[in-house]
Ligand binder design. Structure first.
Ligand code: IVH
Length: 667
């Protein structure tokens, strides 16, 4: 190699080391040391060098996370140490039996247990050689798995090079998972595209890791928690906890929710406390794993044919259940979409009674092969809405009926058409009462105009009695009219009128969201309001201008244009303008918080998190999800999280709720 080349490679190595250090700080430890800008500068320098010298690109370069070409199939790999699964138990007694068994086999010795969350995802093994990530594999049948290195590399929290001074040549195991939010977002996109939805984060993670094209995997919001050091060429720590901490200091992402106990009663208490807390986690768990801490004791306890004797999984009540599909109702949405909804024989799933589940669209019913009268498998994963997974074909009697999607609107009888390339069938009558009601409900909802007291039932009556036909009519309502309605007395009529009046102060982005433009959610409405600043500018923007706004693609831009091109929508906007609703963005430039970055942790008492964030944005400030160098203020509510400790360590200004309210001009 020439000197010049030597120098290039040396600089590349330096950059990779730096970037990989900052990747761990950012993705694994949630504690960045440099700004995004500084990080991007490092990355750009590396990219430039690689472009000039493609033959010198190093395998652990962060630019190699997504490979260029798709695979034909996954190669098979034999696991060095078999990937066994855990024995399950479902009750206190069974867990006590496990404890008794362990103690007996160890001749009455003292035992420590390490208790971890059982992440609901896909088990994988990662191989490192001399600190370099060389291979990733799925569990497969436990003996032979699939090599999915390219897809595993797309997960940003997996270091391509481990931190020096820790693990070098080793195999680690963990769970690839998708967050609840990530799944919800992915499913929303899939629904728009008419693709089948994932019933749970586990299927979504597995489906993403088993993509032959790593670009697809890279687009999926996957993450990982590592929980086993299954092999190391160097000496191993004496305990499981020691292994976890060695993994952590090597830059591997391990769960922060790991605890050690000496008595099984305390383990049980811990399990009980997680049963409700688990809904607050950003990802799905299906149980708790209990492991003997000492590796020497683990070795003595050994394995049965399938499971280790030193560990067990306590499983929470299943979130899957079978029940009967009694019928399929058709719901008409605010844009006229006809959605088939499964009517189910009521069944308890994961602690709630499920009676309905959305079937999304007619193709989904067909794809699942559902017939009315079928026994069906229902799944309710976390906050994900209940879904019908599949029919139990074996239980058919022959009396089940095929479902036919109606071609006319079940509410107003107008034609329901399905446009080319669309998954949804739509009622074409914009004054269809079902659409009118849904549009109004959306307009009044919390994230939109937040008109308290005007809920679905009241909207039903208002539209049914012909008092309200659109959102603008709400602002003309009189007390005598409200008093005509069922369940509305003097006091409540006043409250309703006050709530309607109060909504006139809502900021522009809410008004925009409240209009119910197809594909324009709260975030997109914010982005559009920010970019165009006024209704007039937005209404006259061409599709091309709209689609350059971040978060707005062609589809959204088209929907926005279609909405404003419709004359009755334009008339509605003019009436709302006359009523006095905000048609212009306020704040930002010149606001009192201009350029300031806020972070919230813990629960506020006088307002919701989103109200507080809105206040910051209104005054020109920004909100960030994690503490970084750029953070100016940390606002602390009740039960703050670990972000507070971090903020204190970093010497940030901490505000309590009162101080925040004063700063933002409140009392
Ligand atoms: S330890 C010998 N710890 O649950 C088995 N597994 O059947 C060692 N899982 O295949 C596995 N969270 O994919 C372990 N904290 C955790 C886990 C966990 C999820 C998965 C793993 C395993 C399955 C159990």
């Amino acid at each position: 190699m020439t000197d010049a080349k030597d120098r290039v490679v040396k600089r590349m190595r330096e950059l990779i080391e730096l970037i990989s250090h900052h990747d761990i700080k950012y993705y694994v430890e949630d504690n960045p040391e440099i700004s995004d800008y500084e990080y991007d500068t490092l990355l750009r320098e590396l990219r430039d060098l690689e472009e000039k010298h493609p033959e010198l690109v190093l395998p652990d370069s962060p630019t190699q996370r997504v490979s260029g070409k798709a695979l034909e199939e996954f190669p098979q790999v034999e696991h060095m140490v078999a990937m066994l699964s855990l024995d399950n138990c479902y009750s206190e007694d069974e867990l006590k039996e496990f404890d008794a068994r362990v103690r007996k086999l160890l001749g009455g010795e003292q035992v420590e247990y390490v208790v971890e969350l059982k992440i609901d995802g896909l088990g994988v093994a990662l191989m490192y050689e001399d600190g370099l990530f060389v291979r990733g594999a799925t569990r497969g049948d436990g003996r032979i798995g699939e090599e999915v290195t390219q897809n595993i590399k797309t997960i940003k929290s997996i270091p391509l090079r481990l931190r020096p001074g820790g693990i070098r040549t080793a195999e680690v195991r963990g769970e690839v998972y998708m967050s609840k939010d990530g799944l919800r977002k992915l499913n929303r996109e899939r629904e728009k595209a008419g693709e089948p939805l994932f019933a749970n984060p586990r299927n979504a993670a597995a489906g993403s890791i088993r993509q032959l094209d790593s670009k697809v995997a890279a687009s999926r919001p996957l993450d990982i928690f590592l929980y086993t050091l299954s092999y190391s060429k160097d000496s191993m720590p004496g305990t499981h906890e020691g292994c976890l901490s060695l993994m952590r200091s090597s830059g591997l992402r391990t769960s922060p929710q790991t605890k050690r106990f000496e008595r099984i009663e305390d383990v049980l208490g811990h399990i009980a406390s997680w049963e409700s807390k688990r809904d607050d986690l950003g990802y799905e768990i299906d149980g708790i794993v209990v492991k003997v801490n000492s590796l020497e004791q683990q070795r003595r306890l050994g394995y049965t044919a399938k499971n280790p004797r030193w560990a067990i999984a306590y499983k929470y009540p299943p979130k899957q259940m079978t029940t009967r599909l009694l019928g399929i109702d058709i719901q008409v949405g605010r844009t006229g979409t006809l959605t088939p909804v499964a009517v189910l024989e009521p069944v308890q799933v994961g602690g709630v009674t499920v009676t309905h589940a959305t079937l999304h669209n007619e193709d989904e019913v067909k794809r699942k092969g559902l017939r009315i009268g079928d026994h069906v498998l229902i799944e309710r994963a976390g906050e994900v809405i209940p879904q019908v997974v599949k029919p139990i074909v074996e239980r058919r009697t022959g009396a089940e009926k095929e479902f036919r999607m109606p071609t006319s609107c079940p509410v107003c009888g107008s034609k329901a058409v399905r446009e080319e390339g669309e998954a949804a069938r739509r009622c074409i009558n914009a004054s269809c009462p079902a659409q009118v009601k849904e549009r109004l409900r959306h307009f009044c909802s919390r994230d939109a105009m937040d008109i308290e007291g005007v809920g679905p039932a009241l909207v039903d009556q208002l539209v049914g009695k012909g008092l309200v036909h659109d959102a603008a009519d709400l602002y003309d309502l009189r007390k005598e009219q409200l008093l005509e309605l069922e369940g509305v007395a003097e006091r409540s009529s006043e409250n309703i009128l006050n709530a309607i009046r109060a909504s006139m102060d809502r900021e522009f982005s809410r008004v925009l969201f409240a209009l119910g433009i197809r594909h324009v959610g709260r975030t997109t409405a914010n982005d559009l309001a920010e970019a165009f600043r006024s209704m007039d500018k937005l209404m006259s923007a061409a599709r091309e201008e709209l689609s350059v706004v971040e978060g707005v693609g062609d589809v959204v831009a088209g929907a926005v244009r279609d909405f404003f091109d419709n004359s009755s929508n334009r008339r509605l906007i003019e009436r709302l303008r006359k009523t006095g609703l905000s048609m212009q963005a306020s704040g930002r430039a010149g606001g009192t918080l201009e350029g300031k970055v806020f972070l919230f942790t813990g629960e506020l008492s006088s307002m919701t998190r989103s109200q507080a964030e809105e206040k910051v944005r209104e005054l020109g400030g920004k909100v960030s999800p994690s503490v970084t160098k750029a953070t100016d203020y940390v606002v602390v509510g009740r039960d703050p999280g670990s972000k507070l400790d971090k903020a204190k360590k970093m010497g940030k200004s901490i505000l309590d709720e009162n101080a925040f309210v004063r700063m933002t001009g409140g009392r």
